[in-house]
Write a protein that binds this ligand. Sequence first.
Ligand code: PEP
Ligand code: MN
Length: 331
Amino acid sequence: MLSGRVHIWTSDFVAAQQVRNHLVEQGIQVEIIPAGDSVLVNGTGVPPDFDSQPIRTLAGVKEVAWARPQMRPGTVTVGEITIGGGTPLLIAGPCAVESAEQIEQAARAVKAAGAHVLRGGAFKPRTSPTAFQGLGETGLKLLYQAGREAGLPVIAEVPSPDAVELYSSYVDILQIGSRHMQNTPLLKAVGKATRPVLLKRSATATLDEWIGAAKYVLDGGNDRVVLCERGIRTFDTDMRYTLDLAGIVVMQEQTGMPVIADPSHAAGNSRWVAPLAKAALAAGAAGLMIEVHPDPSSALSDGAQALTFAQFERLVRELRGEKKRKRAAAV
Ligand code: PEP
Ligand code: MN
C-alpha cells in the first residue's frame, strides 16, 4: 500500500516529543530534526485515513503539511489516450516549431512511427537572449494545424499565467518547462485550466520540491497532472543533465501520478537518447517525450539531441520489441 508523509513544525523539542508520541501511537515512523528556530517532526508511513486535526491542536505546533498517499488516481486521460494505463505514451516532435513545412513533416513522420502526441515549442526559454525564441502564437497555430492534420493531440510549453487561456485554445496538454517548475503564479494558473498538465522537473529540484509544485496544480482543482523527469544537474559534464531513473520509480510510487521521461534534454546528444529511453521504460516510466526533427543539423534549437525520422522510427520499433521478433522469426 502506498503511504504518505507528514511534516510538522513545532516550537521546541518538548512540543516535538508530544507530536512524536501521537504519531508513533498510530504506527507512523518519526524523525525529529532541528530546523532554524523550529523543530521539525517528519513522519513517514502515514496511513490514507490519517487525521491531522488532533495534531494541529497540540501545544507548540506551528504548521502541519501532509502529503496524502496516492494524491490522485494513477491515470490521466487526453481524448482517447490513457497515460499511465500500461501502454507507454510517446510524445515526439521538434524542440521548436520553425515553419509550417517543418512541423507538418514532423507530425506525419512521428504519427507514422507510432507517436501518440505531437510536441513543438512556440515559446523557447533559451539560455541566451539572442538564441531563437520561438514563433509565438504563429507557432501555436502551426502546431495545432499539423496535429489535427496528422490526427495527433499536441503539447507546447506555456510561458506565463496570462498565456494559459491562449495556449489552452491551441494545445491539448499544457507543458510546464523545467525552468518554470517553481513559478507559482503559473502553477496556480494551470491549476485552474481545463487542459491536462505535463509538469517537468526542474534540473535542481528535489523530489519533495517537485511534489510541492504538483500540489499547486492539484490544489487549483486540476487533477490531470503528468510528471516528466528530464534530467537533473549533477557533477557530470559529459551529458547535458543526468536522467534520474530512481526519481521516476520513487515518484510513481509515492504520488500515484504517471511519470514520463524526456531522454532528449537529459542526454543532449542524439546518440544517447535511445539507450536512455529504453532504460526509462524498463524503470517503469509511463511514457517518453522525444525530440525529433526533419533535419537535426539545421534545427534552430536543440539540434544535437534531436533524432532523425529514421532514428525515431527505429527506436519505436525497438521499444516494441519488433526487431527482436523479426530476428527470432528469421532463426
Ligand atoms: C522542452 O521540452 O521544450 C524544454 C525546453 O525542456 P526543459 O523545460 O526540460 O528544458
Ligand atoms: Mn528542446
